[in-house]
Design a protein around this ligand. Structure first.
Ligand code: NAP
Length: 310
């Protein structure tokens, strides 16, 4: 029997995915019709990017699941027309990419690289750099991406701790959870990395009160989602010097508008949502595996809890 799989994302993504996805499906013995233009009532699975033209799921009367190409689901999870399971992307390629991006930006701040890269006055100002074990790094969000970043930084000897909604045992990495755990964790975080989803519960998590808990001069690195941070509170904390620097990859509005104060702030680094792209080669395996599972009455991987929003 043929399984009809609609690829609902941008044309550029289709070019990336058509071959590896067809190969990954075929390797699992799935006879798939994979296309961008299958009539809605005939579609069995929707491979989906939330910026696709598909926003009304009601015509997909026999579809069994929406398989999201992105890790973040905030732009689809609350779609009232979606009444079938939604799986999000957990892609080893994306995880590696995020881990590399986070590690690079942590090392930049840990080593104080900026002072030497931008040194127009040729200032000879040696300053000693602490060892990694003397630098505390807090990872907010201990999911697929946060755990990988935490383990890698721990492997470099950083004094890593983590925070999540539910308790976690990450061996030597100290973990906190819940509201009280956040306050405790922030108090010793010289560098905080945000790898949380955008949900009602995480909106403005970093605000005047929580930023004030961090040590003076602390560094914020946000490759999670823009709404995790109250922008105006962050600007205030940067202006007062309480927060030393913010490296931001994600924003409430993207592209970040030209007039946004983040662009001009001397202690903000803006990167254009590049921390971790889904990688077609590895993500195709994840999608094909979920189609295989759907066709064989096995539980789908990485299902989103619609009530929790991630
Ligand atoms: P995940 O596996 O779902 O992990 C999410 C983590 O956040 C979990 O540890 C979860 O806690 C924690 N969390 C959620 N709500 C919380 C709350 N209210 N309080 C405390 N902790 C909470 O997600 P992921 O795959 O690691 O991805 C994380 C986010 O990264 C994505 O949602 C996306 O927004 C972002 N992202 C960005 C890029 C980029 O290029 N910038 C790329 C990919 C992903 P529990 O473990 O207790 O459930």
């Amino acid at each position: 029997m043929t399984v009809n799989i609609l690829f609902a994302a941008t044309d550029a993504r289709w070019e990336d995915y058509r071959t590896p996805l067809a190969t990954a499906l075929s390797a699992r013995g799935i006879n798939a019709h994979l296309a961008t233009d299958i009539p809605a009532p005939d579609v069995d699975y929707i491979v989906y990017a939330p910026n696709s033209t598909v926003q009304d799921f009601r015509p997909f009367t026999r579809a069994k699941a929406v398989l999201n190409l992105w890790a973040g689901v905030e732009n689809v999870v609350n779609n009232p027309t979606l009444n079938i399971p939604l799986a999000r992307m957990v892609d080893p390629g994306m995880t590696q990419s995020m881990t590399e991006w986070v590690t690079g930006h942590v090392l930049r701040h840990h080593l104080g690289m900026d002072a030497h890269i931008h040194n127009p006055d040729h200032k000879w100002a040696p300053a000693s750099v602490p060892l990694a074990q003397e630098r505390s790094v807090l990872i907010l969000g201990l999911g697929a991406l946060g755990q990988s970043a935490a383990r890698t930084l721990h492997g470099l000897n950083f004094n890593v701790s983590g925070w999540s909604r539910t308790p976690k045992d990450l061996g030597p990495i100290k973990t906190h959870h819940g509201a009280a755990g956040l306050d405790t964790a922030l108090q010793s975080a010289q560098i905080a990395v945000l790898l949380l989803p955008d949900t009602r519960a995480t909106d403005n998590l970093l605000n005047d009160r929580t930023l004030a808990l961090m040590p003076k001069g602390a560094i914020l690195i946000n490759p999670g989602r823009g709404p995790l941070i109250d922008d105006t509170a962050l600007i205030r904390a940067l202006n007062s010097g309480h927060i030393g620097h913010a490296t931001l990859d994600v924003f409430r509005m993207e592209p970040l508008p030209d007039a946004h104060p983040f662009w001009a702030h001397p202690n903000v680094t803006v990167t254009p949502h590049i921390a971790a792209e889904t990688k077609a080669a590895t993500a195709s395996e994840v999608i094909a595996e979920n189609v295989y599972r759907g066709e064989n009455a096995l539980p789908l991987l990485h299902l989103v809890d619609r009530a929790r929003g991630y």
